[in-house]
Design a protein around this ligand. Structure first.
Ligand SMILES: [Zn+2]
Ligand SMILES: [Zn+2]
Length: 284
């Protein structure tokens, strides 16, 4: 199995338009790995695309992807769905008549299917693709797995129970991918010791290198989002062979080089994690 990080940013990507902070200036001048597009991951083998942020067209163009077999969504939030129109570009045949559309399989875990009917018009949009012959929409009941090219994909709900993470498993490897929203989650036995865990980095309450407070103590975001410190507790409990953290927000104000420094600092305290960068490829 090979995992490709198409985008490692969060809801506000890097560089943020019109922002002149040091992180955004560096990203605008130098590009990858300093810049971060919206959250999306591709799993080679099953050829499965997880989430479609606005930047997904550019992400696929610069990627090593040669075929997309399916698209699965982790939750309804805008930063994970607003590039849905990619399905049309991947599928549509506007030359032949009748058209020979590729028909992309779209997989919606149970709650995602429900939420797509309420939020952002996602369900309407996907139904339009189905009516045009661009997509097949597949609902996955909780507890149901999906099999693509000898790989099992099992979506399960996190503690924020409208959000799904995925266990991706083939003959000899097991990978956990959680794209966002780890708040209050405790790893259960099926994911302990996985070969690779990909997790959202969380919100930085303090600057991880100089300890400076970055957000006020009583900020409401702490009720909804896991902090970086809480994420590290999850990492310890998971005991995975390899951990990569992603979904890195512009508002954290941390540069690529600061994350490299943080990797070293954590390593010296016995925590082995890596921070993802756009276009990163990982063999599992
Ligand atoms: Zn997100
Ligand atoms: Zn900025």
């Amino acid at each position: 199995m090979k995992i490709e990080f198409l985008g490692t940013g969060g809801a506000i990507t890097i560089p943020r338009p019109l922002c002149h902070c040091d992180v955004c200036l560096e990203a605008r001048n130098k590009g990858v790995p300093f810049s971060r597009m919206g959250p999306s991951i591709f799993v080679h083998g099953p050829n499965l695309l997880i989430d479609t942020p606005e930047d997904i067209y550019h992400q696929i163009n610069r990627s090593t992807i040669s075929d997309v077999k399916g698209v699965i969504y982790s939750h309804w939030h805008p930063d994970h769905v607003m590039g849905r129109r990619i399905i049309e570009s991947l599928s549509a045949d506007w030359i032949h008549h009748p058209p020979q559309n590729k028909k992309i399989d779209v997989y919606l875990p149970e709650q995602v299917d429900i939420d797509f009917k309420t939020f952002l018009g996602s369900s309407d949009h996907l139904n339009f693709f189905e009516s045009q012959g661009y997509a097949n929409i597949n609902q996955l009941k909780d507890g149901e797995s999906l099999f693509l090219n000898n790989t099992k994909i099992f979506p399960f709900r996190l503690a924020e129970d409208y959000v799904y993470a995925f266990i991706i498993e083939n003959d000899n490897k097991k990978v956990l991918i959680a794209t966002d929203e780890l708040n209050n989650w405790k790893p259960h036995k099926d994911v302990i010791g996985v070969d690779l865990a990909i997790l959202p980095v969380g919100i930085f309450e303090f600057h991880p290198l100089n300890g400076e407070r970055l957000l006020p103590e009583d900020h409401p975001v702490f009720k909804e989002e896991a902090t970086f410190t809480e994420t590290l507790e999850i990492v310890k409990a998971l005991n995975a062979k390899h951990v990569i953290l992603t979904h890195i927000e512009e508002v954290n104000g941390l540069s690529f080089n600061e994350f490299k420094e943080l990797e070293k600092k954590l390593k010296s305290s016995g925590i082995n994690v890596e921070f993802a960068y756009d276009t990163q490829l990982v063999n599992v």
